[in-house]
Design a protein around this ligand. Sequence first.
Ligand code: 6PG
Length: 221
Amino acid sequence: MSLELRVLDDPAEEAARLLAEAARAGGAVALSGGSTPKPAYRRAAELEPDWSRVEIFLADDRCVPPEDERSNFRLVRESLGGVGARIHRIQGELPPEEAAARYDEVVRGRTLDLALLGIGADGHTASLFPNAPALDERERAAVAAEPGMEPFVPRVTLTLPILNAAGLAVFLVTGAEKRAAAARAFASEPSPATPASLVRGARTVVLLDEDAGSDLHFDAI
Ligand code: 6PG
């Protein structure tokens, strides 16, 4: 297991480069929602216009219909544009437990080549919130999760077993409001109080801007 922390002027550009590389290689890639990754997805689609070799999974989604503006599926589909990727969506229009069970059937047994993740100021990642029961899941690859943060709707999330089996976990973290969470997630002891600290791929790359990365004490790792 390796952990690389990189503070960059334009971390989204590097995330896009890694995504385009994964698209070229083919395999399975999990993508997150939220506001941070959108420019990276747009740029990745420019760098690699043919995503027909890769299958896209959602790291998590809000339980809303696919056309809802809060849908992570919608965000991914729109920001990737016409790259021809097959996207396995979470059926957010169903009750959360049912949507999670169906999604679990789709993802269980798969190995993610790359998981693109974000973190919240509270240290959550995907929809794994601090000290949530979903963190204890050891079998299922997807479970229902409580609302946790805005937008306050139930969610479905990938779990630690599948995320930690990923070949490459990429965290994209920007903004001063994430600074303390980044230090807890990537330069402190792992803790369920900071779920991102529990997610590590075979290789983990953390891409931060100056605002988010300035509290990381590299010699403490
Ligand atoms: C979601 C996400 C979530 C996100 C973080 C960071 O559904 O919101 O998948 O885990 O990655 O909350 O979100 P921002 O980029 O909006 O800060």
